[in-house]
Design a protein around this ligand. Structure first.
Ligand code: G3P
Ligand code: CA
Length: 293
């Protein structure tokens, strides 16, 4: 069954807008998600954390940071942990401006952007899908850390809250749940084995923080696909900077898809597509769409 689902899911090529379209709009904002839909992504990638009152919100970091977030028009001066804030307090912050124009020269900056809840984004995509032939999917990342668990709510609570929404909106076939902390994926599997999961792979988590259920890559002859298949995930999601060419074959041999991140350079996009990946996560979905269509 999963083989069929994975095959259908990435029929063609899965164009994933990273944090909506981070190179073009403020990341993880309503503006970014609206624009990603307008551009024509297949999947919206977003990050989630949970507030003090148990609401799943769409934000990349555990903290609101001075250089990233404003309040009453001014950048905040101290870090604030999202886990300690209620949703209504969190809504007082403005995520529309970032202080990295050198990194994102094309990005629009906008005042008055609140942090979305996951439920609001699900409803936005659901509304879009109602009137569209193409069904856009959500790639929902569980932001959690095994080495700093005090920065977040309990992992199971986080995953269950996300899965409650997935079930309530009946969108199981339109989501991927991804995490660097693979234990989250195991919990997803226990709740609903039909929901696709993606193991994020970076140079740091592979050794230390991924949680492999006690398994080691060397036990699988360093075959990443074989190891991840044995853990029960459906998609290998490596940083393209650490992805060895052999990983594509290894994933496919194990019946998994491989969808690297975060590819922004057009020639790098071309190179990876030719190697046979199944999708790509990019801050600039406009560039990838232009290349593919
Ligand atoms: O989707 C993959 C990518 O989002 C993982 O890294 O830090 O951007 O969440 P990060
Ligand atoms: Ca992410």
């Amino acid at each position: 069954y999963l083989f069929c689902l994975v095959g259908t899911f990435v029929a063609g090529f899965d164009i994933q807008g990273h944090r909506g379209c981070r190179g073009l709009m403020p990341e993880n904002s309503f503006l970014a998600f609206e624009y990603a839909l307008e551009l024509g992504v297949d999947t919206i990638e977003l990050d989630t954390v949970v507030t003090a009152d148990g609401v799943v919100v769409v934000y990349h970091d555990f903290f609101l940071s001075p250089e990233r977030v404003r309040e009453n028009g001014q950048f905040i001066t101290e870090r604030v942990l999202i886990k300690d804030l209620t949703l209504s307090r969190l809504r007082e912050y403005d995520i529309g401006s970032i202080a990295e124009p050198e990194k994102w020269p094309d990005q629009l900056q906008a005042n008055g952007q609140v942090i979305p809840t996951l439920e609001e984004v699900i409803r936005m995509v659901e509304a879009y899908n109602t009137f569209s032939e193409k069904k856009v999917r959500l790639n929902i990342e569980i932001k959690a850390s095994p080495i700093e668990p005090e920065l977040t709510v309990d992992l199971r609570q986080h995953v269950e809250s996300v899965m409650d929404l997935v079930e309530r909106y009946g969108i199981g076939e339109f989501v991927i749940i991804q995490s660097f902390f693979w234990k989250a994926l195991k919990i997803v599997d226990e709740i609903d084995g039909n929901v696709l999961t993606a193991a994020l792979v970076s140079s740091t988590n592979l050794d230390k923080t991924a949680w492999t259920d006690g398994l080691k890559l060397w036990q699988f002859g360093f075959d990443i696909g074989k190891m991840l298949a044995s853990i029960g995930v459906d998609i290998v999601a490596p940083s393209y900077t650490i992805m060895a060419d052999g990983w594509i074959q290894s994933a496919h041999d194990a019946g998994l898809d491989i969808i690297p991140w975060t590819v922004n350079d057009t020639s790098e996009m071309e190179r990876l597509i030719e190697l046979g990946i199944d999708g790509m996560i990019t801050d600039y979905p406009d560039r990838l769409i232009k290349l593919l269509r």
